[in-house]
Design a protein. Structure first.
Length: 449
């Protein structure tokens, strides 16, 4: 690729912050709220116009389980977000804990309130453009791009909640991505249909994707061959409001979230798939969808996998299988190992999905594993933490820790740790007092048995 050297010029600098969080998804929101709650002057930058990431702009229609099938285990700020989200959906039982639908517009306001009430500042429509690093393994500044142009911001500690480890990777942190060939899980562009007949949706044709049912809607659509854009049986759907159904359906392969060209092509393809689903459902389940209207497609691509940093500890599938606890664990996780079919596996959609089902590993009731603080600390960077799906783990383990409930819990720990690190004589996130961190997390109702 050709190179271009920009003209050197000074930029406006804002150096008033203690902690800056990049990325306003679930992890970024709780990181910002936790850092500000600890007394840090906190800035949260977000590339879109809303907080919440995949639960809002990504239109994921439901939460992955918040419980270990006995009790809620994602507590603290995660539980507060969850309870507030449920309160805005009338058809959800107050005691529901697993696969609870999401009203994305209500959830946007929940996150706005969480972050602003903490005292943190939000900067929307602002993109992390570059990272400056000095010679002492410290990020010295980040460059931001928005309608004001380019500017620089400085903080004592930075928390990378971009979902792709952009800040850490651009600062030189080592990372892994995908499988041995660099291939990542397929992506999905979620969408919403409205004007759906609720009774027919609830009681009509089988809307489940699994187990196989030859009379199920998605199987009949596939067998017909009339909608070639619908090429697999990934078909999660939830009633998210009156006559309104959210869909996490269809797959898009070869989508690298760090490659803008690939994501751009996938967004176009995903919108076509959403339109095909609307038409196919109107034909194959007319009682519910004859008059359905495609009201929205996500503005964020549903990427399940991206960079994983190399941290002080790499969480592995062996840790998952051992239900391992750690002396420095900052939260627990009980979500299944969930790796979607590759393009090669999907040559036969039913067999491909069966492969996914067969390799999915579930916990029994009451079982979970710990996530150590050391998974949030990238090697070679002293003032950067990472929270969310990009923490230090192997690829199989990433199939479990990538979902929103655990990202909320990791974000709270990262924000709190950043606030603790900022007061050190020499900032070093690797050397904070983890016992103090765990004590504070427990005081804020974190589940750390």
């Amino acid at each position: 690729m050709k190179s271009y050297t920009p003209q050197i010029k000074s930029l406006p600098l804002d150096d008033t912050w203690d902690v800056i969080i990049a990325g306003g998804g679930p992890a970024g929101c709780t990181a910002a709220a936790a850092a500000a709650r600890e007394g840090a002057r906190t800035l949260l930058i977000e590339a879109t116009g809303a907080l919440g990431g995949m639960g809002t702009c990504g239109l994921v229609p439901c939460w992955c389980p918040f419980s270990d099938r006995e009790k809620i285990i994602y507590r603290g700020l995660a539980e507060k977000v969850f309870i507030a989200c449920k309160a805005g959906i009338r058809h959800v039982a107050p005691d529901a804990l697993d696969w609870v639908p999401i009203d994305p517009e209500h959830l946007k306001r929940v996150y706005d309130d969480l972050v602003t009430a903490s005292g943190a500042t939000i900067l929307f429509h602002t993109v992390l453009a570059s990272v400056e690093k000095d010679t002492d393994d410290q990020v010295s500044a980040i460059l931001l791009a928005n309608k004001s142009g380019l500017s620089a911001c400085k903080a004592k500690v930075y928390v990378d909640c971009t979902g792709d480890a952009d800040l850490a990777a651009w600062a030189g942190a080592a990372f892994e991505q995908g499988d041995a060939k660099g291939e990542v899980q397929p992506a999905t562009l979620c969408f919403v249909l409205t004007n759906v007949d609720e009774y027919a949706y609830r009681h009509g044709s089988n809307m489940r994707q699994w187990p196989p049912d030859e009379n199920g809607v998605v199987y009949r659509i596939l067998r017909s061959g009339k909608y070639p854009l619908i090429a697999d049986i990934h078909f999660c759907n939830n009633l998210i409001g009156p006559g309104t159904v959210g869909f996490n359906a269809g797959h898009l392969w070869d989508v690298d979230n760090t490659a803008p060209g690939k994501v751009s092509r996938a967004m176009i393809e995903g919108r076509k798939i959403a339109g095909a689903f609307r038409d196919a459902l109107a034909e194959f389940h007319p009682r519910a969808f004859a008059n359905a209207y495609l009201v929205s497609t996500a503005t964020l691509m549903g990427s399940r996998e991206s960079r994983r940093i190399i941290g002080d500890y790499c969480l592995t599938v062996d840790d998952y299988r051992a239900r391992r606890g750690f002396p420095d664990e900052i939260c627990r996780n009980s979500y299944a190992i969930d790796i979607h079919p590759s393009k090669e596996e999907n040559t036969d959609p039913i067999k491909g999905f069966q492969t996914m089902v067969d390799r999915t590993e579930y916990y029994g009731k009451g079982e979970s594993h710990g996530i150590p603080y050391r998974c949030l600390t990238p090697r070679g960077l002293k003032n950067v933490l990472v929270a969310g799906r990009s923490i230090s783990c192997d690829r199989i383990m990433q199939g479990s820790i990538r979902v929103m409930p655990v990202c909320l819990a990791m974000g709270e720990a990262a924000g709190m740790a950043a606030a603790h690190a900022m007061v050190m004589d020499t900032v070093d996130v690797h050397s904070i007092d983890v016992n103090r961190l765990r004590k504070r997390l427990k005081e804020e109702n974190a589940y750390l048995p």
